[in-house]
Design a protein around this ligand. Structure first.
Ligand code: PLP
Length: 483
C-alpha cells in the first residue's frame, strides 16, 4: 500500500527555498495578540520536491478515471469529453467574470446562457429553460416546485401526490418527498413499462404529477407514453420527465412532444461534463409555456427595448432563486461548446452511437448473463449473473473481479426492482475494440464463476487494498494519518 506523505517525511528534508529577508523582521507578537500565536511549530511532512511530485503522481495513478479506461457506470454516463470544451470554459473572458458585474459588461456570457436555454428547449421540445439548478436531483426539485406553484396559482390546493413508477431513478421519489408531496408508487408490467391499469387506479383529484424516467433505469423506452400522458392530464396532473439521460434520445424524440410538461437535463452526463467527475454539475429544467411564469429568477432573456440581454428580476410569480447567482456557469459553457461543435446532426449521431453501443454490448453479454427485461435498450441495460444459487457468486463478486481485469465495474444493485442487477452504460464514445474487450472479460468471469468461484469471492487480487468493510469505513472513517 502506498505510504502516506507524513510517513515518508524525514526530519530536516526540504523541498523549498526562501530568499533571505530584505526587510526588517517584525516579531510575530507585534502583529498578532499573543493568544493567537502558535507556541510550537506545526508538524508538516518534510520532503524534497522530487519526493512530493512522485508521491502525488503515484497517488493519481491509483485513481481509475474516464481518461484512463472504460467506465461503464450505468445511469452515470461516464463518457470521454473533448478537452477543448474545458479550454473554452477556462478562457479568461468566461472564467474571470464576477457575478456582480453590470449586465452591460457581461453581454457575451448572457447571450451564451440565453442560447444554451434555447438549444436545450429545442432538444427537449419545451418552451422555456432555466439553467439555475446545480444537478439532476436539484433540477427535479425545481421542477416539482414549479408544478406545485402552477397548481396553487389556479387555486388547486388538493394536489399533493406524486406518482412514481418503480423503474424510476431513486432521486424521483426523494425529490417529491422533499417538496412536501406524498409518493404513490405504481408497479411496472412484465416488459418493464408502466402498468396502465395501476396508473388509472392511482390518478385522481389529488394527483400533482407523474414523474417518469424515460428511458427508464432499465434502459427501456416507455412506448405507452402517449396513453400515460393522457391518463395523467385527464386527471388534472402534470407530467415530469427525468431526462437525465438525454444521450439516449437526442435528435430522435422530444419529451415535449411526448406530452411532458417539465423535464430536467443533466449537463454533467450528456453535455460534456462527466457525472461524478468531482466537479460541479448543472441540471437545467425545461417547461411548457404554462409553467414559464414560475421559473426561478433572475431569468436570462433578450430585452427588445433595451436591445441587450438582461437578468430579469421582475418576476412576481417566480418560485424564487434555487441557486446562488445563475447556476454553474462553467458547466454551461462546456455544454454550449459541445452543442455548437456537434450541431444538430452531431447530437443525433451521439444518441445513435450511445444506443448502438449499448445494444451491441447487451447482445454480447446475454450469451453469459441473464437479461431480465428484453431489449432493444436505449443508452444502458441491466443484466444479472447466472445460477447465483449454485455458484455462490454474486453481483458484488463480479464487480470486484472486473477490477482485476482492468475495468471500472458497472453500477450494481440498481435499479432495486432487479435482484443482483448489473447496470451497464457503455456511452457513445467507446469503440468496438473496447466493448469487445469488456465483453471478453465478462465472459471470462462468468466461466470463473462456474469453475473457480473463490477467485471472484476474494477479488480484487491486484489492488493496493482488497475488499473494504464499507459499513465500517462509513461509520468509523479514518481521517487522520495517525491516532
Ligand atoms: C443521474 C441521474 C439523476 C440524478 O442526477 P444528479 O446530478 O446526480 O443529481 C436523476 N435521474 C436519472 C435517471 C439519472 O440518471
Amino acid at each position: 500500500m502506498e505510504k502516506l506523505i507524513f510517513e515518508k517525511s524525514v526530519l530536516g528534508r526540504k523541498g523549498h527555498y526562501l530568499s533571505p529577508l530584505d526587510v526588517p523582521e517584525i516579531p510575530l507578537e507585534k502583529l498578532l495578540p499573543a493568544e493567537f500565536c502558535r507556541r510550537e511549530a506545526l508538524i508538516l511532512p518534510e520532503l524534497t520536491e522530487g519526493e512530493v511530485v512522485r508521491h502525488y503522481t503515484q497517488l493519481s495513478r491509483l485513481n481509475y478515471a474516464v481518461d484512463t479506461g472504460f467506465y461503464p457506470l450505468g445511469s452515470c454516463t461516464m463518457k470521454y469529453n473533448p478537452k477543448i470544451n474545458e479550454d473554452v470554459a477556462n478562457l479568461p473572458g468566461f472564467s474571470r467574470l464576477h457575478p456582480y458585474q453590470p449586465e452591460e459588461s457581461v453581454q457575451g456570457a448572457l447571450e451564451l446562457m440565453a442560447k444554451t436555454q434555447e438549444y436545450l428547449a429545442e432538444i427537449a421540445g419545451m418552451d422555456a429553460v432555466t439553467l439555475q439548478p446545480a444537478a439532476g436531483a436539484h433540477g427535479e426539485l425545481t421542477g416539482i416546485l414549479l408544478i406545485m406553484a402552477y397548481h396553487t396559482s389556479r387555486g388547486d390546493f388538493k394536489r399533493n401526490k406524486v406518482i412514481v413508477p418503480d423503474s424510476s431513478h431513486g432521486t424521483n421519489p426523494a425529490t417529491a418527498s422533499l417538496a412536501g408531496c406524498q409518493i404513490v408508487e405504481v408497479p411496472s408490467n412484465e416488459r418493464g413499462g408502466v402498468d396502465l391499469e395501476a396508473l388509472r387506479a392511482a390518478v385522481g383529484e389529488d394527483t400533482a404529477a407523474l414523474m417518469l424516467t424515460n428511458p427508464s433505469t432499465l434502459g427501456l423506452f416507455e412506448n405507452q407514453i402517449k396513453e400515460i400522458a393522457e391518463i395523467v392530464h385527464q386527471a388534472g396532473g402534470l407530467l415530469y420527465n427525468d431526462g437525465a439521460n438525454m444521450n439516449a434520445i437526442m435528435g430522435y424524440s422530444r419529451p415535449g412532444d411526448m406530452g411532458f410538461d417539465v423535464v430536467h437535463f443533466n449537463l454533467h452526463k450528456t453535455f460534456s461534463t462527466p457525472h461524478g467527475g468531482g466537479g460541479p454539475g448543472a441540471g437545467p429544467v425545461g417547461v411548457k409555456a404554462a409553467l414559464e411564469p414560475f421559473l426561478p429568477k433572475p431569468v436570462v432573456r433578450y430585452d427588445e427595448q433595451k436591445k441587450q440581454y438582461v437578468l430579469d428580476e421582475d418576476r412576481p410569480r417566480s418560485i424564487g432563486r434555487v441557486k446562488a447567482f445563475y447556476g454553474n456557469f462553467g458547466v454551461v459553457v462546456k455544454a454550449f461548446t459541445y452543442m455548437l461543435m456537434l450541431g444538430g446532426e452531431g447530437l443525433k449521431e451521439a444518441s445513435a452511437k450511445a444506443v448502438l453501443n449499448a445494444n451491441y454490448l447487451m447482445k454480447l453479454l446475454t450469451e453469459h448473463y441473464e437479461l431480465p427485461y428484453a431489449g432493444p435498450c436505449k443508452h444502458e441495460f441491466v443484466v444479472t449473473p447466472r445460477h447465483t444459487d449454485q455458484t455462490g457468486v454474486h453481483t458484488l463478486d463480479i464487480a470486484k473481479r472486473l477490477i482485476d481485469y482492468g475495468f471500472h465495474p458497472p453500477t450494481i444493485y440498481f435499479p432495486l426492482m432487479v435482484k443482483e442487477a448489473i447496470m451497464i452504460e457503455p456511452t457513445e464514445t467507446e469503440n468496438k475494440e473496447t466493448l469487445d474487450a469488456f465483453a471478453a472479460a465478462m465472459a471470462a468471469i462468468a466461466k470463473e464463476a462456474r469453475e473457480a468461484p473463490e477467485l471472484l469471492q476474494e477479488a480484487p487480487h491486484h489492488t493496493p487494498v482488497r475488499r473494504l468493510d464499507e459499513t465500517l469505513a462509513a461509520r468509523k472513517p479514518v481521517l487522520r494519518w495517525k491516532e
